[in-house]
Design a protein around this ligand. Sequence first.
Ligand SMILES: Nc1ncnc2c1ncn2[C@@H]1O[C@H](COP(=O)(O)OP(=O)(O)OP(=O)(O)O)[C@@H](O)[C@H]1O
Ligand SMILES: [Mg+2]
Length: 508
Amino acid sequence: MVMSAIWSQLGSIMASVMFAYAMYEQFFPPHLRIYLRKYTRKVSALIYPYIQITFLEFSGERLKRNEAYTAIKTYLSATSSQRARRLKAEVVKDSQSPIVLSMDDNEEVTDEFHGVKLWWSASYTLPKSQSISWFPTSDEKRFLTLTFHKRHRDLITGSYIQHVLEQGKAIAVQNRTLKLYTNNPSNDWYGYKRTKWSHVNFEHPSTFGTLAMDPKKKEEIIEDLDNFKNGKEYYDKIGKAWKRGYLLYGPPGTGKSSMITAMANYMNYDVYDLELTAVKENTELRKLLIETSSKSIIVIEDIDCSLDLTGQRKKKEKDKDEDDGDGEKSKNPIKKSEEEEKKASKVTLSGLLNFIDGIWSACGGERIIIFTTNYLEKLDPALIRRGRMDKHIEMSYCCYEAFKVLAKNYLDVEYHDLFPIIEERLGETNMAPADVAENLMPKSKVKDPESRLKSLVESLEEAKKKAEEEAKKQAKESEEEELAKDEEVKVKANEKSAEGVKENGTIH
Ligand SMILES: Nc1ncnc2c1ncn2[C@@H]1O[C@H](COP(=O)(O)OP(=O)(O)OP(=O)(O)O)[C@@H](O)[C@H]1O
Ligand SMILES: [Mg+2]
């Protein structure tokens, strides 16, 4: 009886409230509403001790996505959102996981910071009037609201928000997929769809774990990378731009490109594969550099083939010689091969040096520059001096330690009776890890590990035989050359003595 009376009373109260609200919405003058709202807020602030901060999804004039909103959302997705009852699943571009879960609209989660409890909620508002816009936008205005007690104001506005933003950005970096960029020819830089770099997702499985090389050397490289990653303060202290250059050199198939991908995966950096031959001038090189992001690896593969950098120096010397010989030429700077030069890339050694450690290279920071080459001796010393290419890494032929890594990766074998023979053979001949790996790959006929190891031993023996034959051939050739030279000397000596006899004869 009592219960039904309460319900009926509650019902009539609700009806009156709704009636009052409807009256207010319909008849209360809008300009007075502002005042009413202002005063109700003031009154409620006296009894309601909580502060709210709102983070809008879009801010600014051009509907730019608010970075803080994105960072907070990422932070909440990774931390407290999982505790929400209603979650929203989204496919986020450039993220590693197929879907990202975040809290649904009108849902609230709690977070704690230094023992202080706070609340995050996600909501949206719909605009009352529709407007026509050139920019197609979603009508909903989403925002996140942070609520906390007013006595923690300094802590929250000071350090908590900073903490959330930093964490959110760090998590986003962790979760993103890496990208592999390549430079477009400068003709594509302007007009519709202009871009200097094109990219694809970088999904290469090579890591330091799969890289076959001397473990000590590998450890040293990893340590060097770690020091670089955590070295911002150190670089600031010594007044050096936060970048590091690596020169990878060694014969073909020794893992230089694999090392680059391992580094990118380890550091979680994007890769910019710079094709120097598509760059026409030094200024273009600079523009490309400015457009690279931080936390990236800029790679120039086969630097000795990319440009005739050493040649340009030689050519200059040649020009100088010509100038010395012919005074008129020095007055006339127009050279015969001007047409040819126009077509070719005009990137010079000094342009490249500037690219690596000029003033522009400092902008952005946290960059690694890698050059690879098969022929170290072909490069200009200025290009590879320490400070530009800080660390020179030699990728050499397959040693026993490197073979063990390959055997583990390719065959899942830690030890086999054939290992000592392979160790011996590897010591006797030079075989690139790429060739060793090829022998360990499963083939249609040879499937079990033992046969694959046997095929490797055979290949090693064959390579040894070939090398020996080659050495013999070369020795024979050089012997013949020596003999030919001796013969020439003898003939000349005979000719001279014959001439001497003739001269003596005429005097007599
Ligand atoms: N050290 C290594 N560890 C693991 N795999 C390797 C190694 N070296 C080569 N390989 C294998 O051989 C293939 C070719 O190697 P990679 O392209 O890295 O050689 P490279 O030194 O860059 O050769 P190049 O000088 O011709 O560019 C790789 O795909 C990889 O499978
Ligand atoms: Mg390579």
